[in-house]
Design a protein around this ligand. Sequence first.
Ligand SMILES: NC(=O)c1ccc[n+]([C@@H]2O[C@H](COP(=O)([O-])OP(=O)(O)OC[C@H]3O[C@@H](n4cnc5c(N)ncnc54)[C@H](O)[C@@H]3O)[C@@H](O)[C@H]2O)c1
Length: 332
Amino acid sequence: MTSSVLVTGAAGYIGSVLVRALITHGYHVTGLDRLSFGGESIIDLLHHPSFTLRRCDLNDHDAVDRVLAERPYDAVLHLAAIVGDPACARDPDEARRTNWEAGRHLVERCRARGIGRFVFASTCSNYGRMSDPTRYVDETSPLAPVSLYAELKVRFEQYLLAAENRSADFAPTALRFATVYGASSRMRFDLTVNEFTKDLAIGKGLRIYGEQFWRPYCHVRDFAQAYLRVLQAPAAQVAYEVFNVGDTTENYTKGMLVEHLLKIFPQAKIDRVTQVEDPRDYRVNCDRIRDRLGFSITLRVPDGMHEVADLIRLGIIREPGHPRYYNIPYAG
Ligand SMILES: NC(=O)c1ccc[n+]([C@@H]2O[C@H](COP(=O)([O-])OP(=O)(O)OC[C@H]3O[C@@H](n4cnc5c(N)ncnc54)[C@H](O)[C@@H]3O)[C@@H](O)[C@H]2O)c1
């Protein structure tokens, strides 16, 4: 029997890649999205036999209940959110409503309906600044969110995985994603690798603040594979678990990103600005998802740089400055 999965945020940067991977692997997908950036990213899936689109705002709890009542879902993959520090800072009330209250309602309704699996798109930003930058953080490290965006992710994770809420028939999992990059049908150019590559591809120079600061990175298609690993694992292996998603060897400083970019754009003008502190300076160990679920990445940051450079070079994306490619309005 086909597994039926509800994906919130299905038209987004990650969601639109994920739903295609799920369909390819035999799932029926219901995509719930309010289409904040339009729905062109899933245009070919409209009326696809394995896909149902429900245009719905997560904050409309009755509408969410109606979507949940439509099918006996085996799993809910919850990605819809106000995404990123700037977008949450711009409208904190909307961020709280969407990323906290609406998510909590969704969990309550999933439990009430006996939906067994719930996978939450969390973030490695939860770790905040490492106290000792020579060490790696892992899933057991303390969380130190430094933005409303990460604070809400931490709060939701804690609620979802709380010991007092545990039950044998509900298996929630939190995936703490590295910073994502790569081509998606809802392209984003406000993510570090994509943004740096795009700027050089359109002939702009790069101004790098604090080239010594570390961040973990992972390709958007590999994220989709991580979801498949979680869905295919026995519930007992993933229930009430947290997994960092990425690869321990894919942590880069901004300076390292620039070194790779200079191989593609040797003439690039780079302006390095000294910065002493960055609240998001961290290196992440991602061995748990590899060791327990057999997840491995297929792409590395330089692959994503070539991919994004080609999006511009080949004229696949002609107006990379268009607001649709940014989660906050962009003036670059
Ligand atoms: N991009 C990253 O680097 C990254 C890293 C870690 C975690 N994440 C998480 O992954 C998830 C997806 O991120 P993304 O990069 O695809 O973001 P995105 O902004 O491209 O997609 C979010 C989608 O959610 C939808 N949405 C927003 N509010 C909604 C609402 N109230 N009701 C219904 N739909 C709504 C939007 O229309 C959009 O299609 C988010 O939860 C994000 O926090 C992303």
